[in-house]
Design a protein around this ligand. Structure first.
Ligand SMILES: Nc1ncnc2c1ncn2[C@@H]1O[C@H](COP(=O)(O)OP(=O)(O)O)[C@@H](O)[C@H]1O
Ligand SMILES: [Mg+2]
Length: 391
């Protein structure tokens, strides 16, 4: 495999088409798995992206991260990473360990195999980090890629970290005048030190409450609390994911999501048509982990959402402003509640939303006229044009 000198990376749009089609297929590292509770979901997403990346246009390298954090050369066959019959895929240690370059004058990604000398794989032009949750979507991986001076898809260090932390996200959004619901943050250990005082702080939020780990995802560790007697158990469940806990007032409203794309080179990002999550099976009292991934029959992803035009416009405006407030790049999915009187309240921003072809983010773009392979392509191109540094 030929190493590709950095000078070959073209940065002007008109050179772009020629470059992709003739001289050099950009090397794309599809990176997935990882240490978070969303490992399997990340693998499923990788399956979709591996299938969508056109081998005529891209030289694809599949790299998995095991649940313990080991980077390994992975099977590029999309089928290997599908969720079938409720079976969750996992990256196994293949003993071909992948190392990023460390210095700007040495661009070789290396592979270490037992009993062998390190093998150089050459330059990687861009990483597509398909990782959800801590150690992937939270800025840590982005920091590692910045240090390695490798371009990557999606939000940078700070935006990823802010987007991951439901406390900081609300502070930043509210600071930009964006609508967030009432919440209380329980500092690490606060509840255990004085449960009565913590409960008293939470009580004015009313019922039901949503108790969440500040930094998790896929609804892991989240409990809906309808009776304050259930608060300790909910806090304990959240604390298994993060010692910092966010307690929110339950918002009554429709769950609407909106895709945001772009936001590079001073161009404003654009918003997709919104979609709606409708939990139809009463066994799920909210959009929980099972409803998200294992009980497809119990949930409808309606896309586009059936909303009046003025609400669509409002959701899109809030989504773009949230994306900008957090300083996102590339992609994000902004999830809101639309209350019965037409108010839009931001629930959260996801800097690496679910990205299988069946996930809401790609479906919203499809409904807006952008098919999955084109979406993947646009994200890779945006990332190829964005240098590292200052993020
Ligand atoms: N304040 C709230 N009011 C009503 N429902 C909520 C609230 N917060 C969360 N939920 C429900 O819980 C789900 C997961 O919460 P969310 O904050 O989106 O966490 P995650 O990052 O794990 O997706 C939401 O999709 C929604 O169904
Ligand atoms: Mg969510």
């Amino acid at each position: 495999m030929n190493a590709t000198p950095d000078s070959e990376v073209r940065t002007t749009p008109d050179e772009d088409a020629q470059w992709v089609l003739t001289e050099h297929r950009p090397r794309v590292m599809v990176l997935f798995g990882g240490r978070s509770g969303e490992h399997a979901i990340s693998c499923a997403t990788a399956g979709g992206v591996l299938r969508a990346l056109d081998p005529q246009r891209y030289d694809v390298l599949a790299v998995g991260i095991t649940p313990t954090g080991r980077w390994v050369l992975a099977d590029p066959d999309p089928e290997r990473w599908a969720i079938t019959d409720g079976q969750l895929p996992q990256v196994e240690d293949t003993a071909s360990h992948v190392l990023l370059p460390q210095a700007v004058d040495d661009r070789d990604v290396q592979v270490l195999e037992p009993g062998e000398l390190p093998r150089a794989l050459g330059n990687v032009d861009v990483v597509f980090p398909l990782l959800h949750g801590p150690f992937g979507e939270d800025g840590t991986l982005q920091g590692m890629l910045e240090l390695a001076d490798v371009r990557y898809v999606g939000a940078g260090v700070l935006a990823s970290a802010v987007g991951m932390d439901k406390h900081m996200m609300k502070v930043v959004l509210a600071g930009h005048g964006l609508p967030v619901g009432p919440f209380v943050v329980l500092a690490p250990g606060e509840f255990d030190r004085d449960p009565a005082a913590a409960t008293a702080r939470v009580e004015p939020l009313g019922l039901p409450l949503f108790v969440k780990p500040a930094r998790a995802g896929s609804s892991l560790g989240i409990t809906r609390v309808d009776d304050l007697d259930d608060l300790p158990a909910a806090v304990e469940a959240a604390a298994q994911h993060d010692p910092k806990i966010v307690v929110e007032s339950g918002i009554v409203g429709r769950e609407i999501e909106c895709g945001v794309l772009g936001g590079h080179d001073g161009d404003r990002a654009r918003a997709s048509l919104p979609g709606e999550i409708i939990v139809t099976d009463a066994r799920h009292d909210f959009y929980d982990f099972e409803a998200k991934y294992l009980d497809e029959a119990g949930v409808d992803l309606v896309c586009p959402a059936d909303l009046p035009d003025e609400i669509v416009a409002k959701v899109q405006d809030v989504a773009i402003r949230s994306f900008e407030a957090v300083g996102c790049e590339g992609l994000a999915r902004v999830d809101v509640f639309v209350t019965p009187d037409g108010e839009v309240v931001v629930n959260e921003i996801n800097t690496m939303p679910g990205f299988t072809p069946f996930s809401m983010y790609p479906r919203m773009w499809q409904a807006s006229g952008l098919e999955y392979p084109e979406l993947v392509d646009e994200l890779v191109r945006l990332a190829l044009h964005r240098p590292t540094g200052l993020r």
